[in-house]
Design a protein. Structure first.
Lengths: 284, 280
């Protein structure tokens, strides 16, 4: 009897504690974000209701996209693929171009960060090419490759270079003197310092660069595909607009946004795994 | 000003300060060039000899160049003129026979406690086998009571634990000289006392040459055989060397009961006060 009472008391206490913490948690992780989405949906609905010739209402858009949503991986013809396939095609271009870019950008960043002559030689190039829209490279890429797909990858490659080069160079040049002093009293040779001290110490910077690069690459691929055509989420978006099918444009925007979010999250997970340090989730 | 302490003569010269020419600092001058062509002198004519199992403290006000002196002995900085010799060989660059314990620990944050010590062992004891390296790392982990935290990362442990890792890392490479730059300076008072005891225990069982920089007269009296008191910068030099005649092993409570302790303490504090007011 006494035990039962005790258990009941504990249960009440636990419930009370839950009530104190849980509503706050739900409010911050569920209710407020939901309110934001609902607000935008409501706005969309209002506009679509009063200007029905301009855009479909959310429900109409959902019904129109039902086929895409239920069958993301259909193949109904050479150019008629489900939205899942289109997404994979775009992701393939981005990941290829981004990987090639990282392969060039990280060593280049090391060179700039470690050697002043290299910095003086390469920095002006970066400063001139960094502000150029990556799309401006498309004609040059098309002239070189004569094909849409390699050209798109090349543009992504260029896009991915600058943030990674700059952040890697910053990370390498700002490695704490304390760590370098440790290496020096241990009589570590220079090339071992690079791999044992400088690389791990600048990994957080390198990953910041990679995350920015990947984010911009995902922005740029949509625009590139609009210009080059072919299979991909960017061309799908432009094609649906040409067919005056605004419902699918909304769908494409949502898919692009969610994919970008997943890419950034994946990158932050890889960073946490590699650096053994928790990574701050950037809000913007 | 450079008289020897009067306390040194009556006390029995303790057996460990064999004044062999183990580490010799001779006429050391360190100056930095100024933009206008002149030079600012940080250290001006430092002469010091340290025995091979002697624990010495260097004390002085901030900016008196004591860290610079330690860095020159470590080889991380170079002297403008004069020389530093270890066992007769001139010191020009860093070397693993002179290992440093840093004020702010300087642990590598991407490595665990164990890996931090292992890195130093890997770099310095190149001829040791894998099994030997593992046992050296474990031996030093337990020497500083860190076995339980061996697989944690530096940002998961307290400041006192971090400095224990720093000390274990330095000792694991079996240096001939241990250089400590305010090793307890960033710790709270209670942790500091405990760690001083631990370091003294280790030193009392494995004596070796130690050069420790400190701000704290009590710490210097408790731990060291001689206290090197620096005059104020610029152009600082050794003002006085104070012998601490208490035999090892020492216990802080016993020291506090001895009148000589307070005489030495007042003497050192007076020296520091005098140099502080003189400069203002």
């Amino acid at each position: 009897m006494a035990i039962q009472l005790n258990l009941a008391a504990i249960a009440v206490a636990v419930q009370a504690a839950w009530k104190k913490t849980k509503p706050l948690l739900i409010r911050e992780t569920v209710l407020l974000p939901l309110a934001g989405f609902l607000g935008v949906l409501l706005l969309w609905w209002l506009i679509a209701t009063f200007k029905s010739d301009l855009m479909p209402t959310p429900v109409e858009a959902l019904v129109a996209n039902l086929d895409y949503l239920l069958n993301p991986f259909y193949r109904r013809g050479p150019g008629d693929l489900g939205i899942g396939w289109l997404l994979i095609a775009s992701l393939r271009r981005v990941l290829l171009g981004f990987s090639l870019g990282a392969l060039v950008a990280i060593p280049a960043g090391f060179l700039i960060g470690m050697s002043r002559p290299a910095m003086l030689a390469i920095n002006p190039l970066i400063q001139i090419f960094k502000p150029v829209s990556p799309l401006a490279w498309l004609p040059i890429a098309l002239a070189i490759f004569n094909l849409a797909d390699p050209s798109a990858i090349f543009v992504i490659f260029i896009t991915s270079l600058w943030p990674t080069v700059i952040n890697t160079a910053l990370g390498v040049s700002s490695v704490s003197q304390d760590y370098l002093d440790v290496a020096r009293v241990l009589e570590m040779p220079r090339w071992r310092q690079i791999f044992k001290i400088i690389l791990p110490a600048s990994l957080p910077y390198i990953f910041t660069g990679l995350r920015i690069s990947l984010g911009i690459a995902w922005l740029v691929i949509v625009a590139v595909e609009m210009l080059t055509g072919g299979i991909g989420i960017g061309f799908f978006l432009w094609d649906e607009w040409n067919r005056l099918n605004l419902s699918s444009v909304f769908l494409a925007i949502l898919v692009i946004g969610l994919t970008g979010l997943v890419l950034d999250y994946a990158m932050s997970r890889i960073q946490a795994l590699v650096t053994h340090r928790s990574v701050s989730q950037s809000m913007l | 000003m450079t008289r020897r302490s009067s306390f040194a003569s009556p006390a029995p010269v303790h057996p460990n300060s064999g004044y062999s020419d183990f580490l010799v600092v001779e006429n050391l001058v360190k100056a930095y060039p100024r933009p206008d062509g002149s030079s600012s002198v940080v250290l001006d004519g430092v002469n010091l000899t340290i025995g091979e199992d002697e624990y010495i403290s260097i004390i002085g006000h901030s900016g008196c160049g004591k860290s610079t002196l330690l860095k020159i002995v470590a080889g991380l900085d170079s002297a403008t003129s004069g020389s530093v010799r270890l066992e007769g060989r001139e010191i020009r660059k860093p070397g693993s026979e002179r290992m440093m314990v840093f004020q702010h620990y300087s642990l590598l944050p991407w490595l665990t406690v164990r890996e931090n010590i292992r890195l130093a062992v890997d770099e310095v004891l190149k001829t040791a086998t894998r099994a030997e390296k593992i046992s050296i790392v474990n031996e030093h982990l337990s020497m500083v009571n860190l076995m339980a935290a061996a697989d944690k990362y530096p940002d998961e442990i307290s400041g006192g634990m971090k400095q224990r890792v720093g000390i274990a890392r330095a000792l694991a490479t079996r240096p001939k000289v241990l250089l400590m730059d305010e090793p307890f300076g960033a710790l709270d008072a209670l942790t500091r006392g405990k760690l001083q005891r631990q370091v003294l225990d280790i030193w009392e069982s494995h004596r070796q040459a130690v050069m420790m920089i400190t701000h704290d007269v009590d710490e210097a009296l408790y731990m060291s055989d001689r206290i090197v008191m620096m005059t104020n910068g610029p152009a600082a030099t050794i003002g006085e060397i104070l012998e601490v005649p208490f035999p090892h092993p020492r216990h802080i409570q016993e020291l506090r009961e001895r009148p000589e302790y307070y005489e030495l303490r007042n003497h050192a504090l007076n020296f520091l006060d005098h140099h502080f007011t003189q400069d203002d």
